[in-house]
Write a protein that binds this ligand. Structure first.
Ligand code: NAD
Ligand code: MG
Length: 386
């Protein structure tokens, strides 16, 4: 059996480091070809020395010389810059690209990988939110598979295995509800950055942790699900499930429902995306019913957590609306992380930008680039005038 050549875009992040833990366990199956990072040169160097990939990319050009010197004695190619990301995914030895980088930056390298006929293990949900129509169409044309890594979408994918010809009536994406579940609008007015960064069940990168607290993450996942599974907006529902044990559910046209369950651990969906259709033996902790005598479900509060509805609105608008919402959200989450705006202002300003930027239907790649730029500029201008 020939080994599976892997490229990890964003190997120093939460998903990237967990993917390396998975890869390390199966040296006869995986062949790590490429790892990349934006700024964390030290960890990238450490990973390169340990895993000996064919190539590494450090996004931040000011750190290139340092990485190059640290790896000078190794047979490892060192590149820098955003364009290099698009080139390394095209290498012949790469079979599958794990997109574990965060935000809009994932779009271009994902399209390059698809054009080079590489399968995608997709963690970077923003790519499908921004340009799901274009990305899924291109993947179909090139015969490329997109395997979901997001735990909810992996759950749906696992429920659909063996059912691909059976129509879906609807899906339920589960949400933990985040650290502010049950909070009123009044209570959200005074929440701090530290509180927002404390997710009850998952340890993740800063951006997705804030998105989880504001329910924007669930909104982005609704749009991600639309494109991954070819669903209409009314077929996608969200249910809050604070224990994060049921990772999502599919309801078929005969009324039967399938759920995928397990302890919350991203290594499982990462591994499944890389080994599909096989399941490899693991030593991950197993679920014990007696630790969870009650699994509970409740409606999300869409009035208080406005971002979820904004995502539904953008999805209904089609065109570049979700791209605009994503760009606005990236700017506003960054501003919240820098303590420049309050938690509630994230959704308030997202709505303002979504309404303000013109929506282009049936967009080309250039339209997405243009609207992403316009939304960011407008959001920054608005923040500047505060
Ligand atoms: P993270 O912030 O921990 O890591 C991000 C990685 O991307 C780092 O390696 C960083 O160097 C790189 N990166 C950041 N900005 C970049 C840029 N502009 N260009 C190139 N590389 C860049 O993030 P994460 O939590 O690992 O999340 C990664 C993606 O996976 C996100 O899209 C997130 O929504 C998704 N996701 C994460 C989890 C999770 O449990 N962490 C779960 C589901 C989905
Ligand atoms: Mg998720």
């Amino acid at each position: 059996m020939s080994k599976k050549g892997i490229a990890i875009l964003g190997s120093t992040g939460s998903i990237g480091t967990q993917a390396l833990e998975v890869i390390e366990k199966y040296p006869d199956f995986f062949d790590l070809q490429v790892i990349t990072a934006e700024k964390n040169a030290e960890l990238l160097i450490e990973q390169a020395l340990k895993f000996q990939p064919n190539a590494v990319v450090i996004g931040d050009e000011t750190k290139y010389q340092h990485v190059k010197e640290a790896l000078a004695k190794e047979p490892i190619h060192v590149y820098t810059g955003a364009e290099a990301l698009c080139q390394v995914v095209e290498m012949t030895e790469v079979h599958i690209v794990l997109t574990a980088l965060v935000g809009y930056a994932g779009l271009k390298p994902t399209l390059s990988a698809i054009d080079a006929k590489k399968d995608i293990a997709l963690a970077n949900k923003e790519t499908l939110v921004v340009a799901g129509e274009l990305v899924t169409k291109r993947a179909r044309e090139m015969g490329v598979n997109i395997y979901p890594v997001d735990s909810e979408h992996s759950a749906i994918f696992q429920c659909l295995t063996g059912e691909f010809h059976n129509p879906i009536e609807k899906i339920y994406l589960t949400a933990s509800g985040g650290p502010f579940r049950g909070f009123t609008h009044e209570q959200l007015k005074s929440v701090s950055l530290e509180q927002a960064l404390k997710h009850p069940n998952w340890s993740m990168g800063a951006k997705i942790t804030i998105d989880s607290a504001s329910l924007m993450n669930k909104g982005l996942e609704v749009i991600e699900a639309k494109w991954l599974f070819g669903l209409k907006p009314e077929q996608i529902d969200v249910i809050v499930h604070p224990q994060s044990i049921v990772h999502s559910l599919v309801q078929f046209t005969d009324g039967s429902m399938k759920a995928q369950m397990g302890l919350p651990d991203m290594k499982l969906p990462i591994q499944y995306a890389l080994t599909y259709p096989a399941r490899f033996q693991t030593d991950f902790p197993r679920f014990n019913f007696m630790d969870y005598p009650q699994l509970t479900f409740e409606q999300p509060d869409r009035k208080v957590f406005r971002n979820l509805d904004l995502a539904y609105e953008a999805m209904e608008m089609e065109g570049t609306a979700a791209c605009v919402l994503n760009a606005a959200n990236e700017i506003h989450v960054a501003a919240f992380l820098e303590r420049k705006i309050s938690f509630l202002q994230i959704a308030e300003f997202n709505e303002y930008i979504l309404k303000k930027v013109e929506n282009i239907l049936q967009p080309t790649y250039e339209h997405y680039v243009e609207k992403d730029r316009e939304a960011r500029d407008l959001a920054l201008q608005n923040l500047g005038s505060l």
